[in-house]
Design a protein around this ligand. Structure first.
Ligand SMILES: Nc1ncnc2c1ncn2[C@@H]1O[C@H](COP(=O)(O)OP(=O)(O)OP(=O)(O)O)[C@@H](O)[C@H]1O
Length: 347
């Protein structure tokens, strides 16, 4: 649905050119919710604005629904943009227009007649749960309701793609959840491709199918959300995930491991961090370590969570026993797709 090829974005700046995007290649498939996450200044807004050519990239090609937008003339680009709806962090509603009239704005601008507009907008207000508030003004509704108007307005032109630029960043956690659930609902019910930009992993975790991590204008890591959560590769990804799955074990756990190591009576002991997802979450991996490899296990720390109905877990266990059997057990776990990290406790 969206293909970005070799996108570079250079802004002129008082201290010389700023290279905000440095050769981005991204492929987003129809019907998926694709998250783009990065820290402030990483290039997220620049990237999302390239997708509808609000920013014309310095170099590169922007294919949406099979057409390279960079090659279109102004009239064709205006038409192509109707395929791409956008919701913004600060809603961008017109204060002098009612909820209905804000949602209807793109249709009025496209010259649609009043009856047709009513036929299009009323079901959309129903979909976003605002039918009862159609005659209110933006000042008379909450932030979450304003974003619902923003979503209805973005959907009015029946786009194929919905871009969300930090749409929930100005909202409290509960409202954030309800807006993300609405985005998921429109993705499913309308078959819409959704691209969402955020700096919060919680947003990615709740709603995205796949995620790309952007850092200093480059995509440094991407994949299905559950894979990125269970096998983050880059330091920036680990630090972004840390708010949900702490990447470092608490000092008390490491202290306890030193204590257990001091009590070893022969054999070896090793702190292991096991990360797993999907079907493996339901398999008796720990009891097999005990039964088949004769290891003693202490479970010291752990977390089990869910992404898009898929369970994933992270467990810290101290395994002790025969050294060769421990290595066999680790090899077996890795062979079964469990990520095994041998954690050192020095320092
Ligand atoms: N119009 C502009 N002119 C010059 N530099 C710009 C412009 N817009 C963005 N930049 C710079 O480009 C880089 C990327 O900015 P961008 O807004 O895309 O990042 P971001 O990840 O969206 O950040 P934030 O989350 O803070 O909005 C930053 O260094 C920023 O200062």
């Amino acid at each position: 649905m969206i293909d970005l090829r070799g996108i570079t974005q250079i802004y002129p700046g008082p201290q010389g050119p700023v290279e905000a995007l440095r050769g981005i290649d991204l492929h987003i498939t129809p019907g998926e919710v694709f998250g783009i996450i990065g820290r402030s200044g990483a290039g997220k807004s620049s990237l999302v604005r390239v997708i509808n050519l609000l920013n014309r990239p310095t170099r590169g090609e922007v294919f949406v629904a099979g057409r390279d937008l960079t090659l279109l003339n102004d009239a064709d680009l205006r038409a192509a943009r109707r395929d791409i709806g956008m919701v913004f962090q600060h809603f961008n509603l017109l204060s002098s227009r009612t909820v209905f009239d804000n949602a209807a704005l793109p249709l009025e601008l496209a010259g649609m007649d009043k009856a047709a507009i009513r036929g299009r907008v009323n079901p959309l207000l129903e979909l976003v749960g605002l039918s009862a508030l159609a005659d209110r003004y933006p000042a008379q509704i909450s932030g979450g309701q304003k974003q619902r108007v923003g979503i209805a307005r973005a959907l009015a032109s029946r786009p194929k793609v919905l871009l969300s630029d930090e749409a929930t960043s100005a909202l409290d956690p509960e409202t954030t959840r309800s807006i993300l659930a609405l985005l998921r609902q429109v993705n499913k019910e309308l078959g819409l491709t959704v691209v969402l930009i955020t700096h919060q992993m919680q947003v990615i975790k709740q709603v995205a199918d796949r995620v790309a991590v952007i850092d200093a204008g480059r995509i440094v890591e991407q994949g299905p959300v559950i894979d990125v959560f269970t096998r983050p590769q880059q330091p920036i990804t680990k630090s972004l995930i840390d708010e949900i799955v702490p990447q470092e074990l608490p000092a008390s756990v490491l202290d306890h491991v030193r204590h257990l190591s001091g009590q070893l009576q022969g054999g070896v002991g090793q702190l292991l961090r096991l990360s797993y997802s999907g079907e493996r979450a339901y398999q008796p991996i720990l009891s097999r370590l005990i039964r088949e490899h004769g290891l003693d296990l202490s479970i010291l720390h752990g977390q089990i969570d869910e992404i898009q109905d898929q369970t994933f877990g992270s467990l810290a266990v101290y395994a002790s026993g025969d050294g060769a059997r421990l290595q066999n057990a680790i090899a077996q776990l890795r062979g079964e797709g469990v990520v095994v990290e041998e954690v050192t406790t020095e320092g």
